[in-house]
Design a protein around this ligand. Structure first.
Ligand code: ATP
Length: 202
C-alpha cells in the first residue's frame, strides 16, 4: 500500500482547494465523499439493500438515493443508522483499499472531511489538517453555499471542533490567506511526504 496522507478540515476550510494543489504536483487523490456516493450508485447492491429495507420511497424520481429522506430516518432512529453503517463501511473501506492499491504516485492524499469525527486517523500514515479560524469558515461556507449564518453555525457545531481536529494533526496548512499564499507550504509538505514515503524518515 502506498504511504497515505489523510487530509481533513472543517466545512469550508479549503480541503478541495488544497487537495487540488497537491494534485497539480502529481499526487493521486482518493476522495472519501466520492467513494461514499459511488457505493450507493443506481444498480449497486448497497442501494438495492437500502430499497429492500426502506421501500421505493427512499429513491428519487431518477432512481438515485434520496439522501435527505435517509438522513431524516437515521437521525430519528439510531438502529437504522447502525444498520446503514454496517452495510456501507465495509464497502467504502474495500473500495478505498482498492484505489490505494491501484495508485502509482509515491504517496496518496486521502481526503476525508469527517476523519476525526469517525475516528479514522489511524488508517493513515500522516494526518494533514487544513486550518482556518471559525469566522473565515463561516464566511466562506455561507458565500459558497448561499446559506444563512445560523445554518452555517449549525453545521459547524455538528462537526469536531477546531481544537479536536488540530490535536490529531501531524501537519497543518493555514488557509486563511489566499490560495496562492498556501502554495509554498503545499510544496514544502510535498517534499516531506516524498521523503517519508521513500525512507520512512522526515
Ligand atoms: P467542504 O468541506 O464544505 O466541501 P472544503 O473544505 O472542501 O469544503 P473548499 O470547497 O475548498 O473547502 O473551500 C470553501 C470555499 O472557500 C470555496 O468557495 C473556495 O473557493 C473558497 N476558498 C478556499 N480557500 C480559499 C482561500 N485561501 N481564500 C479564499 N477563498 C477560499
Amino acid at each position: 500500500m502506498p504511504f497515505t496522507v489523510a487530509l481533513t478540515g472543517g466545512i469550508g476550510s479549503g480541503k478541495t482547494t488544497i487537495a487540488n494543489a497537491f494534485a497539480a504536483l502529481g499526487v493521486e487523490i482518493i476522495d472519501a465523499d466520492v467513494i461514499a456516493r459511488e457505493v450507493v450508485e443506481p444498480g449497486s447492491p448497497a442501494l438495492q439493500a437500502i430499497v429492500r429495507r426502506h421501500g421505493e420511497s427512499i429513491l428519487t424520481a431518477e432512481g438515485t438515493l434520496y439522501r435527505a429522506r435517509l438522513r431524516e430516518i437515521i437521525f430519528r432512529q439510531p438502529k437504522e443508522k447502525n444498520w446503514l453503517n454496517q452495510l456501507l463501511h465495509p464497502l467504502i473501506n474495500a473500495r478505498t483499499q482498492q484505489l490505494k492499491a491501484l495508485a502509482t504516485s509515491p504517496y496518496v492524499l486521502w481526503v476525508v472531511p469527517l476523519l476525526v469525527e469517525n475516528g479514522l486517523q489511524h488508517q493513515a500514515d500522516r494526518v494533514l489538517v487544513v486550518d482556518v479560524d471559525e469566522g473565515i469558515q463561516l464566511q466562506r461556507t455561507q458565500q459558497r453555499d448561499g446559506i444563512s449564518l445560523t445554518q452555517a453555525k449549525n453545521i459547524l457545531a455538528a462537526q469536531a471542533s477546531r481544537q479536536q481536529r488540530l490535536a490529531c494533526a501531524d501537519d497543518i496548512i493555514d488557509n486563511s490567506g489566499t490560495p496562492e499564499q498556501a502554495l509554498p507550504r503545499v510544496a514544502e509538505l510535498h517534499q516531506r511526504y516524498l521523503r517519508l514515503a521513500a525512507t520512512g524518515r522526515d
